[in-house]
Design a protein around this ligand. Sequence first.
Ligand SMILES: C[S@@+](CC[C@H](N)C(=O)[O-])C[C@H]1O[C@@H](n2cnc3c(N)ncnc32)[C@H](O)[C@@H]1O
Length: 200
Amino acid sequence: MQSDVELDANYWNARYVAGQTGWDAGAITPPLRDYFDQLSLPRTSKILIPGAGRGYEAEYLHTAGYNNVFVADIAPEALRDLQQRVPDFPAEHLLEQDFFTLPADSAYDLIVEQTFFCALNPSLRPTYAQQCAALLRSGGTLMGLLFDTVFSQPGPPFGGSRAEYESYFAPYFDFVHFSSAHNSIPPRQGRELFMCLKKK
Ligand SMILES: C[S@@+](CC[C@H](N)C(=O)[O-])C[C@H]1O[C@@H](n2cnc3c(N)ncnc32)[C@H](O)[C@@H]1O
């Protein structure tokens, strides 16, 4: 099912301006925090958080010393929030850009997903997987959370299942981990998959 509304920059920015951001957990979520805490990448690793919104994951990684973290979002209001909260986050790493138009230069070591995939019209899912692969270096990682549920309301968010998602990612990625998350925030408990995929 597709959205009847155009899910463009105006749509998303207006949601931030109006404070209609029910997806926003207000802080980094435990599955991502725990993953980052055990991450053994060099601090110079190039990391992308697409559809990052207010960017709590970017803030967490930045504070942990990762100095090559980029966020890409089409809603300027979301990026402004991150910039104001974390004034020393490099301004040139705040990309006000459509994820699908980012240069496919295999430059990233890690891409982090949280409630971006589910915010896209589902017809874009195969292209999302292809674009993640194009942005990552060989052996790079796509990790994060995907909803493992079907929503009764029209999206966004749009739900799905592990079998459906596997079909998009399998052409480009090896599956390191792809199973129920055990430490989701309460409203998402039992309804999220933790994903860790390695680019072939
Ligand atoms: C549901 S929100 C999730 C935000 C954030 N990941 C979070 O968990 O709070 C989806 C985000 O994706 C952004 N977005 C939607 N389409 C996009 C696109 N094509 N490229 C970049 N960002 C996009 C929106 O502006 C919004 O900030």
